[in-house]
Design a protein around this ligand. Structure first.
Ligand code: GDP
Length: 529
């Protein structure tokens, strides 16, 4: 491999995730993008899962989210000469940790907004996470085939609520039944919408030039005049596109359309592959890593149990940050200090699992995990360094686990250990007693854990309430102080699944008082892997 080839391959990659509120159209737009990438023949294949999802209980939803995720967790497809990697995130908010970590592995995000609803809760939350790394955001305002709110108002709302400037790239012509298409503000082209083309790649019917006579003919003179005035107004009242501001996460290019009608998606994708950043510089504890550095490196952002009963393995998703992966290459698994040979990494081309011969920066490969890999682990070509910024969030909910069959203690411990490595739950072992406490961000996680303990580890367990309100990871540079704190505060101290010292506070007030009493001790709400 030459340096030039590495730089070239890296420059082709666009690795991103979609952020949106449930029902805004994430699944639908994913489907259409895959269609444009020729990754599926006919849109609709992702749909069956959606139909079921809406009809069933939370429990089923959770099962499905886990069930589909290995195959659709990462979708790679070619578009306009680029290679696009789309990282899926679970829709249910109880799995938000998974989503947050996936967002650490992308270089940009696509925000999908329902034009009738505007900015919704979950989008606000996800946007906050994107802000932590100033991830560039491109916006698609969806469902223009319905009666929507005034597009200017929706953009205003994005600007004020999400605190990001909006630069319209296309502008909708009408809405609902009167939706005629979009006008591209920079290409000066009108793209006309035809209904009923949702499941194929629609023909691009275009009119060149807003001022052309054809516009009057097709839209009617008064509608054409109205559009011209509106466009003038929009140009005057909104921000102009600025590539640098987009890359800094300060401005979002905005596209309009209908994912269901597969319209406006093409214009958005064209803009996306042109403007979205290539694999970005990443921080480690020793140096910065640039994508076209020939030394291989990457980190694990997600571990997923494979629901396919034929292979009960777990897959660790590794984002390549620099260098090239080749089949049978040796990598250093930094945390355990071992060189491992990776013969059978998975790739996710066309949403199908297949064995990969080579992969480049920005790509995701799936490593078979037999329990040695944890979220946040770094793999390198031999160097001892660790990628930073893959967070572990303090859980909000806690339960004590009790076994129905006390003889199954070993299996329970093993199960909990593995599930916590995967990020499915967090486990805490109190210093003073033999309890097993699990923590979660959403209640559904407890159900998943109990279900999987039973299915995968043959352990039947119960949950009991436990007097823990919140957890904080404990750090202190002064070893003597820390020892003293451990002695005096041991009743509330535990080790988490990664052996980090954690303070389990029975109440917020207790936490506050403890913090005041021990000013030298740091109590952190997130732990970096
Ligand atoms: P997700 O929850 O964000 O993945 O949203 P889905 O893609 O599942 O879409 C939610 C619902 O909105 C589904 O019933 C879709 O058919 C519908 N939908 C998605 N895009 C559009 C659109 O452009 N127009 C209309 N009218 N409905 C849409």
């Amino acid at each position: 491999m030459s340096d030039a080839q590495l730089a070239q391959e890296a420059a082709l990659r666009r690795t991103f995730a979609i952020i949106s509120h449930p029902d805004a159209g994430k699944t639908t737009i994913t489907e259409k993008m895959l269609l444009f990438g020729n990754a599926i023949q006919l849109a609709g294949s992702v749909k069956s899962k959606r139909a079921e999802r809406h009809a069933t209980s939370d429990w089923m939803k959770m099962e499905q989210e886990r069930g589909i995720s290995v195959t659709t967790s990462v979708m790679q497809f070619p578009y306009n000469g680029r290679i696009v990697n789309l990282l899926d995130t679970p829709g249910h908010e109880d799995f938000s940790e998974d989503t947050y970590r996936t967002l650490t592995a992308v270089d940009s995000a696509l925000m999908v907004i329902d034009a009738a609803k505007g900015v919704e809760d979950r989008t606000i939350k996800l946007m906050e996470v994107c802000r932590l790394r100033t991830t560039p955001i491109l916006t698609f305002i969806n469902k223009m085939d319905r009666e929507t709110r005034d597009p200017i108002e929706v953009m205003d709302e994005i600007e004020t609520v999400l605190n990001i400037q909006c630069a319209p790239m296309t502008w909708p012509i009408g809405m609902g039944r009167q939706f005629k298409g979009v006008y591209h503000l920079y290409d000066d082209v009108i793209h006309l919408y035809t209904q009923g083309q949702g499941n194929r790649i629609p023909e691009d019917k275009r009119i060149e030039g807003l001022d052309s006579a054809e516009v009057d003919r097709v839209l009617g003179e008064s509608a054409a005049e109205e559009l011209r005035m509106e466009v003038e107004l929009v140009r005057g009242a909104s921000h102009a596109f600025d590539l640098e501001a987009y890359r800094r996460g300060e401005l979002s290019p905005v596209y309009f359309g209908t994912a269901m009608g597969n319209f406006g998606v093409r214009e958005m994708l064209n803009g996306f592959v042109e403007f979205a950043p290539t694999p970005q510089v990443r921080e480690t504890d020793t140096r910065e890593v640039v994508a076209d550095d020939g030394r291989f490196s990457g980190f694990v952002f997600k571990i997923q149990a494979n629901m396919d009963p034929k292979h009960r393995d777990r897959v660790a998703f590794l984002r390549i940050c620099s260098g090239k992966y080749e089949r049978n290459m040796k990598m250093r698994h930094v945390r355990i200090g071992k060189e491992v040979k990776i013969a059978d990494a998975l790739t996710f081309m066309a949403s199908d699992r297949s064995h990969v011969e080579e992969a480049w920066p920005g790509d995701i490969i799936g490593l078979h995990n037999h329990g040695t890999i944890q979220i946040g682990d770094t793999f390198t070509a031999g160097e001892d360094m660790r990628f930073l910024g893959i967070p572990h969030f303090a859980p909000e909910l806690f339960r004590r686990v009790r076994l129905r069959d006390p003889l199954k203690m070993k299996a329970l411990q093993k199960g909990l250990q593995q599930l916590s490595e995967e990020g499915a739950t967090q486990v805490f072992l109190p210093l003073d007693n033999n309890d097993l406490i699990v923590g979660a961000v959403g209640t559904l996680q407890f159900d998943v854990v109990a279900h999987r303990l039973k299915e995968e580890y043959k352990v039947d367990c119960l949950y009991e309430p436990v007097n823990v309100n919140t957890a904080r990871w404990v750090y202190c540079a002064d070893a003597k102080k820390l020892d003293e704190f451990k002695r005096k505060g041991s009743a509330n101290l535990a080790l988490d699944g990664g052996d980090y010292l954690t303070y389990l506070a029975p109440t917020r007030v207790n936490l506050q008082m403890t913090q005041e009493r021990w000013p030298e001790i740091e109590f952190r709400a997130t732990r970096e892997h």
